[in-house]
Design a protein around this ligand. Structure first.
Ligand code: GLN
Length: 192
């Protein structure tokens, strides 16, 4: 099992640390050929416009879309924005998931927050019952899911913060910033 992390901008290093902790072979991805031998790819948090501009400059947009036809991709925060079909503003997107996102939906950097989430799928996949402690940093909201995408987790008020479409996973929050590895384990089960 080898998982790549798109390493153009953002907190890719934290994802690599978590993956290594789980005993997985990892690779930093900056060029299309580095996708060749991967079983899955993580798009990290950061700034979605910056990551997309760099992905265009590195010729990665179309190779990433082709990769997604067979392999698992997980976008955290800015990565989730890149996976979406619609971010309600003019910016380059991969457009792979039938989700509409609202960037910075919770306000500015100082409005970042942490909350315990109930994620039934995660509990089932990892055979644990503890709630999932999620870190939101200037996070996007998954405003709506359509087509074959479905919600995996909502806040108490019903707003969607995680979605799944086949092997494509989007989370508004940052599992790589906590010691709880269950979300990475869940992604590995999608990539397997
Ligand atoms: N605010 C960033 C964006 O809109 C995402 C923030 C993050 O990835 N933590 O791209």
């Amino acid at each position: 099992m080898k998982i790549g992390v798109l390493a153009l901008q953002g907190d890719f290093a934290e994802h690599i640390v978590t993956l290594k902790r789980l005993g997985v072979e990892t690779a930093e991805v900056r060029l299309p050929r580095q996708l060749d031998d991967l079983d899955g790819l993580i798009l990290p948090g950061g700034e979605s416009t910056t990551i997309a501009k760099l992905a265009i400059a590195f010729g990665l947009m179309e190779p990433l879309r082709i990769f997604a036809r067979e392999k698992a991709i997980w976008g955290t925060c800015a990565g989730a924005i890149l996976l979406s079909k619609d971010a309600k503003r003019d910016q380059p997107l991969l457009g792979l998931m039938d989700i509409t996102v609202e960037r910075n939906a919770f306000g500015r950097q100082v409005d970042s927050f942490e909350v315990d989430l109930d994620i039934p799928e995660l509990k089932a996949a990892t055979a644990t019952q503890a709630p999932y402690h999620a870190v939101f940093i200037r996070a996007p909201l998954i405003e709506s899911v359509s087509g074959s995408a479905r919600s995996l987790s909502q806040l108490a008020d019903g707003r969607i913060v995680a979605a799944l479409q086949g092997k494509l996973l989007a989370t508004s929050f940052h599992p790589e910033l906590t010691p709880d590895d269950r979300f990475h384990e869940y992604f590995l089960s999608l990539a397997r």
